[in-house]
Design a protein around this ligand. Structure first.
Ligand SMILES: [Zn+2]
Length: 249
């Protein structure tokens, strides 16, 4: 394990373990390889149990959403492999209706509520940082992870005093949809995958966009859940990512 002492993918401190990008919890039902990067103790989400809680929160939301959309074969397999262990995260992930006192059948779907301190946006930023490490094969000081911003169409932050009202939910859902439509309309470049056995792309894939100031990653989990991370990257990172993307076409 000569990579063990290399710099952590997220903070650059000496790595003490390997982190899977994204979590190996996503792929337990599949025969594929994994992207792994060095990690310090603090940023190893596999060890801390954060991976398990977040991956299960995605699956619990998908299960609740399965009346609205039909699930493809791989997503069904992932759900089946994890469903009997949903109880293990019951302290951090709570099942419930999308909105209370619902008046609309579509909004009566069940979803997953996660505690804010679980930090899904930071987790997605870390998946992005892991992929950058994988491309660079080292930690790059010039990338600004503290200023990175991760956002999802499928994630709504609850108000400080608990649940949002139905009106607030609807407003946010509509705003999210407008923002997502705009984002998805860009010319995204297909990302890379694990090697040689790739991740099933309907379980996880990502795409990349270069804007004038930022690199933006679009992560797709379970064929329907989209998260974007934008960050200010060093010139070296921009050019290495571009090279890697054109090599993998
Ligand atoms: Zn670290």
């Amino acid at each position: 394990m000569k990579r063990k002492n290399k710099a952590c993918y997220f903070c650059g401190q000496p790595g003490t373990s390997l982190e899977h990008v994204p979590s190996k919890q996503m792929f337990i039902a599949f025969d594929c390889d994994a992207i792994t990067v060095p990690s310090c103790n603090k940023h190893n989400n596999g060890k801390s149990g954060i991976d398990e809680a977040i991956v299960k929160s995605f699956l619990i939301a998908i299960e609740g959403d399965s009346k609205r959309r039909s699930l493809n074969q791989n997503v069904q397999s992932a759900l089946k492999a994890a469903a009997h262990r949903f109880d293990q995260v019951k302290n951090t992930v709570i099942r419930g209706p999308f909105v209370k006192n619902k008046s609309d059948a579509l909004l009566s779907q069940q979803t997953a509520f996660v505690k804010d301190n679980l930090g899904i946006p930071i987790w997605v930023t870390q998946v992005t940082a892991g992929l950058i490490w994988d491309c660079m094969q080292d930690f790059e000081n010039g990338n600004d992870w503290s200023g990175a911003d991760s956002w999802s169409l499928n994630y709504i932050k609850q108000g400080e005093n608990g649940e949002l009202s139905e009106e607030e939910h609807l407003r946010i859902v509509t705003e999210n949809q407008v923002r997502a439509n705009k984002l998805l309309s860009h010319d995204w470049i297909e990302g890379w995958s694990s090697f040689p056995r790739k991740y099933p792309s309907d379980i996880y894939n990502f795409k990349v966009l270069f804007t004038k100031e930022r690199i933006v990653f679009l992560h797709e989990f379970y064929a329907d859940y989209h998260w974007v991370t934008g960050f200010i990257a060093s010139d070296e990172t921009r050019s290495r990512i571009k090279d890697k993307l054109s090599a993998s076409i």
